[in-house]
Design a binder for this molecule. Structure first.
Ligand code: HEC
Length: 156
């Protein structure tokens, strides 16, 4: 027993040394792993940030395109008509196509293409109930008229 102690001591010491080395190694590896994870997290956050910003910018562009057609903006219609259901100077175009419109003279009319064309080219012919006859009469090309009717139909 007594002669075993000196034999064991060096090996014990080396075991401790190995353990300490292994622990230091493990700690260094853990540190490297944490750093790698931090880099990945920062990279993912940066990507998400870029994607969100892009989506926001693209989304805003889409909203503007949906809000009014090019012809409607160019001809000034968008200053009096909304596409989201809100009343403006004129009635909203949301849900207009195909609906039954009450007119100021007490009659009703279905907003088919013929009505929409009339409402655009001859605004005084039929006045929508609850609105003043304030829509200006203006020269509109056939191309613009088609585009406007198609646009209003797309909001049905
Ligand atoms: C100065 C404001 C104004 C402008 C600009 C204007 N409108 Fe109007 N619009 C009105 C008003 C007010 C009415 C409702 C009275 C009426 O029937 O005339 C109306 C009615 C309409 C209607 C019938 C709506 C319904 O609910 O039946 C359509 C369709 C329409 N406008 C399309 C257009 C188009 C297309 C343009 C652009 C070329 C345009 N408007 C420009 C004010 C305007």
């Amino acid at each position: 027993m007594s002669n075993k102690v000196p034999k064991h001591q060096p090996s014990l010491r080396s075991t401790y040394a190995q353990r300490a080395e292994a622990a230091a190694h493990e700690a260094a590896a853990g540190e490297r792993r944490r750093r790698r994870i931090a880099v990945v997290v920062v990279a993912v956050l940066a990507l998400v940030g870029v994607a969100a910003t892009t989506a926001l910018l693209l989304g805003r562009g889409d909203d503007e395109a949906v809000a009014h057609s090019e012809a409607s903006v160019r001809l000034g219609c968008s200053s009096c008509h909304t596409t989201d259901g809100r009343r403006s100077e004129g009635p909203t175009w949301q849900g207009l196509a195909g609906s039954t419109v009450s007119l100021a003279d007490g009659t009703t009319v279905v907003a088919d293409d013929a009505y929409l064309r009339r409402a655009i080219t001859d605004p005084q012919a039929e006045i929508v109930a609850g609105f003043a006859p304030g829509m200006p009469q203006q020269e509109i090309s056939d191309e613009d008229l088609d585009a406007l009717v198609a646009f209003i139909r797309s909001l049905a």
